[in-house]
Design a protein around this ligand. Structure first.
Ligand SMILES: [Zn+2]
Length: 279
């Protein structure tokens, strides 16, 4: 059993293939998926999708799927006046288990930093009000994500820093605050993953979560002919899928003293606790 805590199922790369993609993940042991939203449209889509497919999940053909509701920092410039009310009402739908992804991205700055801060703070407050965990994106915020979370942390039921790629100082700060750390296929990247392969050794199993961030960040340890073995056309050669989660587990195992089984068991327990999933 394992949980992929970040599948961007509403992404166009998965259009009309949602079910096959999740079936493939289920067949390699991915028993639970958190379907992550990044704007109001994807939040709506995913909340409705989990309701529509609940029966398939019940017969165990698909992973059990829960979704998030939230606005990504990239989208903070394009918000309706009532966006927060819309987030709140989606958050109350049956399978919505967390607020996110939300945070700050000062690497790309697709939205102004002022709007990113405003949008992030509002969602931190909402998570506090609704007692939902937060799925957080932090790219080059220079400690600001940590500071803003710290203001509210007393009242938050849980935080995961998804797709962690930060520095040692940032990691220590997040661990000390008791947050979970999400590790993606970034760790298998020959060049970009060097620092992460060192840092992952410092994450206690009790604070580790695993994710593919599909369709992004395909792990480099996935065989180049994987798509052929899975009857996929070569246009999907680079796409990441939740079925790649075992490769993320293997890459973490290769960098730590933990076996793949230990990683999968511990992260499963953590995901159940954080997102309130039934085992
Ligand atoms: Zn992200």
């Amino acid at each position: 059993m394992s949980t992929d805590i970040c599948v961007n199922l509403a992404n166009g790369q998965f259009a009309d293939e949602e079910v096959t993609i999740l079936e493939r993940a289920f067949s390699v042991g991915v028993t639970h998926c958190i379907l992550v939203a990044n704007d109001l449209a994807s939040s709506h889509f995913l909340a409705n999708w989990t309701i529509a497919t609940a029966a398939d999940q019940g017969t165990r053909r698909l992973p059990i799927c829960r979704s998030t509701v939230g606005v990504h920092p990239h989208d903070a410039d394009n918000l309706d006046a009532d966006w927060l009310d819309q987030v709140r009402s989606i958050a109350l739908m049956p399978n919505v288990c967390a607020i996110g992804e939300t945070g700050l991205d000062f690497n790309r700055n697709y939205s102004t930093q002022i709007n990113q801060r405003r949008c992030f703070d509002a969602q931190i407050e909402l998570a506090h009000e609704l007692q939902k965990p937060l799925l957080v994106h932090d790219r080059d915020s220079g400690g600001e994500v940590a500071a803003r979370l710290a203001n509210a942390n007393g009242g938050l039921p849980g935080v995961v820093i998804h797709c962690f790629t930060g520095s040692e100082d940032e990691l220590e700060c997040y661990l000390k605050a008791g947050y979970y750390i999400g590790i993606t296929g970034w760790i298998a990247d020959q060049k970009r993953g060097t620092e992460l392969r060192q840092l992952v050794q410092r994450i206690p199993l009790e604070q580790l979560l695993i994710e593919t961030d599909a369709p992004f960040l395909r792990p480099q340890n996935v065989p180049v002919d994987w798509h052929l073995a899975n009857n996929l056309s070569s246009r999907h050669k680079r796409r990441c899928e939740p079925a790649h989660l075992p490769f993320v587990i293997d890459a973490i195992a290769a960098s730590t003293r933990h076996s793949p089984e230990q990683i999968s068991q511990a992260t499963q327990k953590n995901a159940e606790r954080l997102f309130n999933l039934e085992p």
